[in-house]
Design a protein around this ligand. Sequence first.
Ligand code: PHE
Length: 339
Amino acid sequence: MKDKLEQLKKAAIDEISKASNSKVIEEIEIKYFGKKSELSDILKSISTLSDDEKREIGPLVNSLKLELNSIIENKKNEILNNEIDLKLKEEYIDPTIDLKNEKVGHMHPTSQLRYKLEDIFRSMGFMVYDGPEIETDFFNFEALNIPKNHPARDMQDTFYTKDDTVLRTQTSSCQVRALREFGAPIKAVIPGRVFRNEASDATHEHNFNQIECIVVDENISIANLISTIDMFIKKIFGEGVKIRLRPGYFPFVEPGFELDISCLVCGGKKCPACKHTGWLELGGTGMVHPNVLKAADIDSSVYSAFAFGFGIDRMMMQKYKVEDLRWSMSGDLRFINQF
Ligand code: PHE
């Protein structure tokens, strides 16, 4: 038994001294101290020895255990310190380096505008609500008074997915979500990405951003709608910009309007960004249809509401005078670096 212990000690010390990284030392620890180790077998077998043997071997095994343990701990510390030193050397940073000439990235103009819009609406007491881009048919259409087989579904070329879900075609999909979650009264904006199976041109992409707004309270009127829109449009584009409402059809509002702003890219002189009309359509708006409030369990005899959904990309084009939306997602640094 004594020889066996001596051999074990030699072999262990030899292996420990050769260990070069923490993974190896861990393996050695398991090999010599683990449940299935020789040392553990020896410890277990002590109970089968005679009393005399126990008296002799017991302390030997214990002191071997202690000795190996301290050798292994020392080695572990040594390895750890070496590894830390190496890491510090490899990942060395000099905080005094002058970074003036280094290129750092910045937010895409559409994101810049999105955050600006969020700030403006927050300052007016609105909550900023978020919802899923993969949406159920119910929230994208049915809750918005667009039943299955309704011709209004053709107004938007939808990307259908499996299981009765769609890539949301409009942030209006969050109207009933927000209303169900928070009830009335509520003032919320919902910025986010929407998807439509459309060919891209100067003002269209298959993947773009909208900001939805929904306001529900007693006595909400078209006057509230117009003043809210006028206020935020002026905050974004300046006092000079004009807005105009035209009658428009959306099943979830009644009455419904299309909202245009005077084109800032050409100042009304007509250009590709305004399709040569001097006006640019930002999106739709109107007084929320009672059926939508009903889908959210809100009593339309007590509450009325307005909503709008405008394209953030189109606002970005106006704000930064971008003539063609396709630049926006081109990834071309000559475009991005201008903002
Ligand atoms: N969701 C409509 C669209 O994307 C816009 C809209 C929103 C119209 C809210 C009315 C009210 O075309």
